[in-house]
Design a protein around this ligand. Structure first.
Ligand code: SAM
Ligand code: SF4
Length: 442
């Protein structure tokens, strides 16, 4: 290991996959003695790991980059790099908008960061690496926490997506769907368990189709069954599932794998068949609701959450009410709801019937008010129940309070000391709020 003693400041935008990619970046850089810092003024290298799934996170990246220009003026040797989805999408074009950039690295190149930083230091001009690779090496980069430092961890099982939903930029910026060999995943989780990790969340854009096109790979339910056998791992979660690929075996796994948490994130996007078809989602509202019913039959306590959007091109009041109706019928535990945002290069960006901002905002407000009521009702209904909670750490509000999650993925706060961290405790739920629960250790 060289001893360059340089500091890296890394800012992450977007989803869990980006959060985990950022952990990978810091890990790779640490091997080359780049130390992480939270103080941007201390940094020798500033990296932004970006998201382009909607216009809002993308705009945030450009504003952050604008501010960094002033820092660069004061600190000549500062290296500023952009990675992730905006980097992949824009490539060299980013240089036209942001003159003070030194490095652009795409979603298939994060494992090359040290080499790319070296290239920046050795060259006169900016460096850009955004080519897609057949063999996605970054899939097999995995940061290992130091012993006992982490209770839960993300594990990448695949990357990319072949679905091409008409609104979505992901297949263009993350490339074709690629699964990671099952043995590598199992090996990583075994090593995590030896370091004290008790809960793993398997990550991929469409985990249900894990193993497709990878000779020798297990199917997703079989992969879960193998992970279920790993000693020291107590809880398994995964995200994200696509409703069209959710198999009977996977639904059955919620009934027969004791470590599989009772929670599924199953985005539905719209409750209108007409809109679902235009979105290229390949399921109907009826099929979606049937999957929900089957899941609740196998596992009555399962927490169901989803993504939904309003204002997709052509969505009329009837379509919107079909979405509200589906929400009423399914009774989700929580929803991530978005206004449709046209993405350059996607099919839907050119569809007729684009909806104005005011209508999108109004529909979003109505939808969120409805979901707030349902979430509160479902949280209050847990009053008096006894839940297993994996204690993650001190709660944000108070040092005397600990926080953790139910198997169904609801946040619970309760009185307790730091010695509980990493333990599975029984908590009686005393109150249900809009965003969390409160309870007492028993
Ligand atoms: N793979 C997941 C699936 O199939 O549902 C979704 C991944 S996407 C990164 C996360 C969420 O962002 C989507 O479920 C969708 O609700 C939202 N999203 C994606 N593209 C969007 C767009 N153009 N405008 C608004 N929301 C969008
Ligand atoms: Fe995007 Fe659809 Fe793939 Fe999800 S399944 S990442 S929404 S294209």
């Amino acid at each position: 290991m060289s001893s360059n003693g340089k500091y890296v400041y890394l800012q992450t935008f977007g989803c869990q996959m980006n959060v985990h990619d950022s952990e990978k970046m810091l890990d790779i850089l640490a091997e080359h003695d780049y130390r992480p810092t939270k103080d941007i003024h201390q940094a020798d290298i500033i990296l932004l790991n970006t998201c382009s799934v909607r216009a809002k996170p993308e705009h945030k990246v450009y504003s952050a980059l604008g501010r960094l220009g002033k820092l660069k003026e004061k600190k000549n040797h500062l290296i500023i790099g952009v990675g992730g989805c905006v980097a992949q999408q824009e490539g060299k074009r980013l240089l036209d908008r942001v003159g003070h950039l030194d490095l652009i690295f795409g979603t298939h190149n994060l494992h090359r960061l040290p080499e790319l930083i070296h290239d920046v230091q050795a060259s006169e001009g900016p460096v850009c690496a955004v080519e897609f690779r057949d063999e996605v090496k970054s899939l097999d980069v995995f940061p290992m926490p130091s012993n006992g430092s982490k209770v839960k961890s993300y594990v990448t099982i695949m990357q990319g997506c072949d679905n091409f939903c008409s609104f979505c930029i992901v297949p263009y910026v993350r490339g074709k769907e690629k699964s990671r060999p099952s043995e590598n995943i199992i090996g990583e989780i075994g090593a995590l368990s030896e370091r004290g990790v008790r809960e793993v969340t398997l990550l991929g854009q469409n985990v249900n189709s894990y193993g497709k096109n990878l000779p020798g790979a297990l199917a997703f339910p079989q992969l879960l069954a193998r992970i279920n056998e790993i000693e020291g791992i107590w809880r398994i979660r995964f995200t994200t599932s696509h409703p069209k690929d959710i198999s009977e075996d996977l639904i059955g796994a919620f009934g027969n794998l004791e470590k599989l948490c009772k929670h599924i994130h199953l985005p539905f996007q719209s409750g209108s068949d007409r809109i679902l078809e235009r979105m290229n989602r390949e399921y109907t509202r009826k099929q979606y609701m049937e999957k929900g019913e089957q899941l609740r039959k196998v596992c009555p306590d399962i927490g169901i959450t989803a993504d939904v959007m309003v204002g997709f091109p052509g969505e009329d009041e009837g379509d919107f009410h079909a979405t509200l109706d589906l929400i009423q019928r399914v009774q989700f535990d929580n929803l991530f709801s978005f206004k449709y945002s046209p993405r350059k290069g996607t099919e839907a960006a050119h569809f007729p019937g684009q909806i104005d901002e005011l209508t999108k905002s109004r529909r979003l407000r109505v939808l969120q008010d409805l979901q707030k009521e349902i979430t509160l009702k479902r949280n209050r209904a847990l009053k008096g129940r006894c839940e297993d909670i994996l204690v993650e750490g001190a709660s944000k509000g108070s040092k005397e309070e600990m926080t953790g999650r139910t198997s169904s993925n609801k946040v619970v706060n309760f009185k307790g000391g730091l010695e509980l961290i990493g333990r599975l405790v029984k908590v009686r739920i005393e109150e249900g709020y809009a965003n969390s629960l409160r309870g007492k250790v028993i």
